[in-house]
Design a protein around this ligand. Structure first.
Ligand code: ADP
Length: 460
């Protein structure tokens, strides 16, 4: 064996098989296991072998550079972080290069952003090849900025980057900020387009989308519509105009419009045999008693068709109360649904975040004390949850039935099985990202990229 390499408490190393020519690592003989700060960690099987796909920001403090990697999985390991929390991680095997020498090491993948250094080099990986000088840094040399730029240049991604418009109302919302950030990280030209400031030319010869001061927005590759309920009509018209001029809409205008109509959504779900609570709808007060009977009597839930975030949802505990509530709503000419109350859910529901036919994350929401509505806006608390294969299948089918590429499917666990409550075409990102630690915004951008790759393939 060659002489030992002397290294300091931080060093640059190369993980060439992962496409990472230079990564700054903290050297810590106090830690047994080495780890890489990765995100979007997705295992898959190829030719009978287990692999994992993950993304990494190879440069510390720079979230704009992103590298997609894949590694061979050699196991799972429970690792205690410096904060004492236990976490089950994937372990991959990969060669490392340091001071001109290369050897195989095992690295665990974790998505704790608190790590700072992109890599932690632990004692197991040292394999008697290194000697540590704990007072020194970069004994093997620094890597220049120019070299890093060359390694991780964004030019190739920029050239291939798409022009993506986020069609929404409030750029300050967490979800909107994250979508902008995720697109930029992946080298796309992101643009926040305020729905209200769009107008259009709908003539047959030159359909156009115009923006404030007269700019024409016809060259946009893809649009991510995040239309708030109060803007449904105008927002969908603008999305439709973008479709007319050839932009790809992640969630098309027709699917958004139909998912906003609760009754239409439930009717669609029912034609596709997707389970939901027994639901009644009527226009005339004459039918009130009948409707109450139809859903099995009180307690029952009355829902305003136009309500959102749980605001138009009322629990009627007795038939008398149900009758009064229904008739009161009707006298205000409000359209309502009457639904069996799923008592056994105990104020809990499940939000499944579906992107491109996959459930990419799910959370359970628990209603605040004394409420039966689990909406986070009403003080509901989110926690992680493992969904059953049946729940996964129903969530995927529901999103597909509505034609939504991105959907928040709300399920409730009834004693007779999971039932769909509602499908949201602009599901919020904060609760799900905070609870699952996943880069959901990034997965939305990936869905656009995938659809463009497929289009190109089809063209070829
Ligand atoms: P919104 O669109 O206003 O959020 P939902 O139909 O999703 O309306 O209802 C809000 C919340 O009320 C749900 O998340 C769920 O916790 C609770 N809820 C709704 N319908 C029922 C029901 N039939 N039985 C029990 N709880 C319900």
């Amino acid at each position: 064996m060659s002489e030992k390499i002397i290294i300091g408490k931080e060093e640059w190393c190369g993980l060439s098989e992962l496409g990472l020519p230079a990564v700054k690592a903290r050297i810590d003989s106090g830690a047994k296991t080495s780890s890489l700060h990765a995100f979007n960690i997705t295992p898959f099987i190829e030719d009978g072998l287990k692999y994992v796909h993950f993304d990494i920001h190879p440069l510390q403090d720079n979230r704009k550079v992103i590298q997609s990697c894949r590694g061979l999985v050699v196991g799972r390991r429970d690792v205690k972080s410096s904060s004492g929390e236990k976490e089950r991680r994937h372990v991959i095997k990969t060669p490392i290069t340091m001071g001109g020498e290369t050897w195989e090491i095992e690295v665990t993948l974790t998505n704790r952003d608190s790590m700072g250094y992109r890599m932690l080099f632990g004692r197991e990986a040292m394999k008697e090849r290194v000697l540590i000088d704990p007072d020194a840094s970069f004994c093997l040399g620094e890597v220049s900025r120019e070299a890093l730029e060359k390694y991780y240049t964004r030019e190739h991604t920029k050239k291939n980057g798409l022009s993506i418009a986020l069609l929404a109302s409030n750029p300050e919302l967490y979800s909107n900020k994250r979508i902008m950030e995720a697109g930029e990280e992946r080298g796309h030209n992101m643009r926040f387009v305020n729905i209200r400031q769009c107008y259009m030319n709908i003539s047959a010869s030159t359909p156009e989308v115009h923006y404030r001061g007269g700019e024409v927005l016809n060259g946009v590759d893809a649009v991510i519509p995040r239309i708030k309920p109060a803007m449904t009509f105008y927002g969908c018209s603008i999305a439709r105009q973008f479709e007319t001029v050839g932009s790809y809409c992640l969630n098309d205008s027709i699917s958004i419009a139909q998912s906003r109509d609760k009754l239409r959504s439930l009717q669609l779900l029912s034609t596709h045999s997707i389970p939901m609570p027994v639901t009644g709808f009527a226009n005339s007060p004459v039918d009130t008693t009948n409707i109450i009977e139809m859903v099995g009597g009180a307690p029952l839930v009355v829902k305003l068709l136009e309500g959102t975030q749980g605001k138009g949802v009322v629990l009627a505990e007795t038939n008398k109360a149900a009758e009064s509530v229904i008739n009161a709503f009707k006298s205000l000419q409000a359209n309502i649904l009457v639904q069996e109350f799923i008592k056994e859910a105990n104020g809990r529901d499940i939000r499944c975040f579906v992107i491109d036919g996959k459930v990419v994350g799910s959370i359970q929401r628990q209603a605040a004390e004394g409420d039966f509505r689990a909406n986070l806006h009403l003080g509901g608390k989110a926690s992680s949850v493992l969904i059953t294969p049946e729940e996964r299948r129903i969530a995927i089918k529901a999103a597909k039935t509505m034609g939504l590429k991105v959907a928040g499917v709300d399920l409730i666990r009834a004693s007779s099985g999971p039932k769909v409550l509602e499908i949201n075409s602009s599901p919020g990102l904060q609760g799900i990202e905070d609870t699952t630690g996943k880069d959901i915004a990034g997965l939305m951008i990936e869905a656009i990229e995938k659809s463009f790759r497929n289009r190109q393939k089809a063209k070829r």
